[in-house]
Design a binder for this molecule. Sequence first.
Ligand code: HEM
Length: 492
Amino acid sequence: MNTWTLLAFALWALFMRYLPQIFKFVELQRFSRTLPGPTVGELIANVKKGQILNWLKELRLQHGPVFRIWFGKDLMVFFTTPDDIKQLLGNNTLLSKSRNYQLVEPWLGKGLLTNSGESWHRRRKLLTPAFHFRILSEFKEPMEENCRILVSRLRDHADGKPFDIYPYITLFALDAICETAMGIKKNAQMQSDSDYVRAVQTICRILHHQSFSFWQRFNFLFNLSAAGQKRNAALRVLHGETNRVIQIRRKQLQQAKAEQETAQQQEDNDVGSKRRLAFLDMLLLAQLEGNGSELSDVDIREEVDTFMFEGHDTTSSAIAFAISLLSKHADVQQRVYEEAVELEGREKESMPYLEAVIKETLRLYPSVPFFSREVLEDLQVGQVTVPKGASVSCLIYMLHRDPDSFPDPERFDPDRFYLNENQLHPFAFAGFSAGPRNCIGQKFAMLELKCSLSMLLRHYQFLPVADHQPLPLAELVMKSGNGIQVRMQPRP
Ligand code: HEM
């Protein structure tokens, strides 16, 4: 066989190898022509501008409630109406995350957020009891202890001068998740800065750019780039910290187990029920006792990475945006304050007005502004049949701005939830997602938000900063690009 014949044969083999993908791509191309959406040029221009959420808002106005975007060779169809979101989130076969989430895997691996299939199902079943309301009751005290530290760290700023409250809130939220779900004291609030928090911010920014970039989606090219090197440096900090947390807790647990086994048994018998375990203890004991023998050290680290990230970045965002909104709406702030005084100590129970304020905050500034699934079988959503191989995205940022559900959608009005929640479409609000892959930390988040906001309001009055408008950015979790500027004065 001469060289030309060999070359022709190799090309033919290559062509045959990729033939199914080529057919699939042609089919997706044909389907995508039936939906409105921007060109690749528009995508590149808007990624450069860096205002993705504003652009998605424009696309919704320009193209209507369903539109599509090509991210390189990946086709994503965006949905924005409550009926369509209901179909997507209520579909028990649509549980695999889209290929976008692979970008986060060097960091979070196959933790609960990124995992799919049987492995996700088993892990979700294992972890669900760690967020049961009974164990959450035990979290209230360490959460409040950290709220008190936050209140005292903020005291120097209670002078009516503008400052950015966001860094204080993230350190508080990091301490809260470490001390509750992980069972270790981190004391991040005692420092002015945290390498871990900084690395989270860096990696979120880089991953956001990578997910919207054409060439950065090729791992080989990305790893060679400056952004790739920066991501790897951030990963070393992040994994170093989670490994440290696991090691500390594992040691504590082994010691405690040896010392207290008998005493605990006695205590359990007295109460007549088994003590519930916090998140990390549950993983470590499952591994130690072999009843979760499939859990390797890497598996545990992936879950700790996932929960440390999801458990602090989302709540920081929600607390900070809530404070920003309250600073601009003195009447709402006064009502929350009165309720916080009246119901002090009862944060585990219902605080109806504060809960409405939290939902209204998450409506305008959803911590997770969109999330997506991979379509593994052709999927009917409303009038659209999305073919296998495409992805679908729930664009929560625009679902929450649907004027049919929320008239005058940009207006902050907690009464939408306080007075009229029963009249809302059940899927008009989906800040915590819904269905089998909803937010496992929803109750934890609500408790942390209620404890922190009510305690802050009992101590301080928040005042607006003229001309400061938060700039929402969709960096995995929504952040404000120009910080959360407020002014504060002590309550009498
Ligand atoms: C205001 C706070 C929070 C909001 C708005 C929020 C929102 C969400 C949303 C929308 C999802 C679905 C994401 C997707 O499908 O890609 C999600 C999933 C998840 N959240 Fe949260 N979250 C919050 C707090 C928390 C906390 C405090 C934790 C942990 C303690 C947590 C852990 C998770 C995990 C592990 C998942 C993946 C669940 C699965 O796929 O089975 N979240 N969250």
